[in-house]
Design a protein around this ligand. Structure first.
Ligand SMILES: [Zn+2]
Length: 124
């Protein structure tokens, strides 16, 4: 039974290019309707203030895109496995969330405490 309940916050904080990982989908703010899938990320530290990223993008172009790590991006898909501890029994549990859709995880109550009334009524 993985009947856990995760409390999430709306994922409204800004996201910067350095948070992207292979498999993520994002768009640049000036081209919000062009989803780009990250194939690979290479970091180059130029100075303490400046890190450059080389982002390989799936199917878009052969050359990676170079940009500062602090470039704001619009996340469209960022699946992350987050380890949360149950608020009630402190049992750790890994939860997979697509942050832009599911929100940012805040706290978790594991399936051990789910009330019977919390049954899923999908399929009506
Ligand atoms: Zn628990």
């Amino acid at each position: 039974m993985s009947n856990h309940a995760v409390v999430t916050l709306n994922f409204t904080r800004p996201v910067y290019a350095h948070e992207l990982r292979p498999g993520d989908v994002f768009a640049f703010p000036d081209a919000p309707h062009t989803p780009l899938t990250v194939g690979g990320v290479k970091k180059t530290v130029i100075s303490p203030e400046l890190t450059l990223l080389a982002l390989a993008l799936h199917g878009r172009r052969a050359e990676p895109v170079h940009l500062p790590a602090s470039t704001p991006v619009r996340p469209l898909r960022m699946v992350r496995t987050v380890s949360l501890t149950c608020l009630l029994c402190h049992k750790p549990q890994d939860v997979e969330l697509d942050l832009p859709h599911d929100g940012e995880p805040l706290s978790l109550v594991c399936g051990d405490h789910a009330p019977d009334t919390a049954q899923n009524t999908e399929g009506e």
